[in-house]
Design a protein around this ligand. Structure first.
Ligand SMILES: O=C(O)[C@H](CS(=O)(=O)O)OP(=O)(O)O
Length: 175
């Protein structure tokens, strides 16, 4: 498997397969939202778009990063979502890095949004799909977030079927 690890700003053309990594926190939050029963997540281009979607669909859950704000129901916190009941709900999510990264590769044939909590499932899907070339988008800190790079490298190793010791990658993420 041919792998590239790029910041959002380094993306030139649409990759064939993209794994967009945001450990802290957009795609850890997204995984928890699904674990708490969410039916789907809509990624908004802007805060205004998120609010407009919420206005059109009052039953949707509008979620943003940063502090709570009027019109939004939730913030980008895995810890808070762990106790939320999102059964059957649609979440609209807007964050600074993760959702921007995912939307920047929306023309790719395959877009996977990942963090450590879904790393193994992500690697398995890449293996099943037989992706020959994968672009990992390192979203945090303008591509310098080591928790995202560590997660991306872990997924890349696991996707090739190579054994990888998660502990070392997780340690990097925690530093
Ligand atoms: O919720 C977050 O911590 C971040 C904000 S920022 O990227 O650190 O400014 O959003 P995310 O897009 O989940 O990284």
């Amino acid at each position: 498997m041919d792998t590239r690890f790029l910041a959002i700003a380094e993306l030139a053309e649409a990759p064939s397969a993209a794994v967009v990594v945001d450990v802290m926190r957009a795609f850890t939050v997204a995984a928890w939202a699904f674990a708490r029963g969410a039916e789907k997540i809509v990624l908004a281009e802007s805060l205004d778009e998120a609010l407009a979607l919420k206005a059109r669909h009052s039953d949707w859950v509008a979620l943003k990063d940063g502090p709570p704000a009027a019109g939004f129901d939730a913030v980008n916190s895995p810890g808070l979502l762990r106790s939320a009941d999102l059964g059957g709900r649609t979440v609209v999510q807007k964050t600074t890095a993760g959702t921007v990264g995912a939307l920047s590769v929306k023309e790719a044939s395959l877009v996977l949004c990942a963090g450590f909590v879904v790393a193994e499932a992500t690697a398995r899907l890449l293996r099943i799909r037989g992706c020959g070339s994968v672009t990992f988008v390192v979203t945090g800190d303008d591509g310098r977030a080591d928790e995202d790079l560590a997660c991306a490298e872990y997924i890349a190793q696991r996707a090739t079927g190579a054994g990888a010791d998660a502990a070392g990658f997780l340690r990097r993420a925690g530093e």
